[in-house]
Design a protein around this ligand. Structure first.
Ligand SMILES: [Zn+2]
Length: 109
């Protein structure tokens, strides 16, 4: 059994994912880094990604290599920022999918 004790990272800064495609989503999230360049996983298998929105009640979430958790986090906890994000990205798959579901529901018998 692995030792579950995770020591606190004390001297860290927040860094963005290098080369992230979805820059407007990454405005709201960042990783912890101890050297300002590399992502610190704080002793976990996967690093945590942190919500940077002020007064977030649950800023830490596991990062699985995609933005699904982050988009869900915005939807659930920050509807205002989510609307801003979606408004800025009307051609993203998320927005397209939503439109698709709305249309599908509308024509469903
Ligand atoms: Zn948040």
């Amino acid at each position: 059994m692995a030792d579950a004790t995770v020591s606190e990272v004390e001297n860290f800064s927040y860094i963005q994912l290098p080369g992230a495609k979805n820059a407007s989503l990454w405005n709201y999230f960042a990783f912890k880094s101890t050297d300002g360049k590399t992502i610190c996983n704080e002793g976990r298998d996967k690093p945590n990604v942190y919500c940077r929105i002020a007064a977030c009640s649950k800023p830490a979430m596991q990062y699985y290599g995609n933005t699904t958790n982050m988009m869900r986090h915005l939807q659930m906890l920050h509807p205002k920022e989510n609307a801003k994000y979606l408004g800025r990205n009307m051609t993203t798959t998320a927005a397209n999918r939503l439109t698709f579901f709305l249309k599908k529901d509308a024509v469903a018998d």
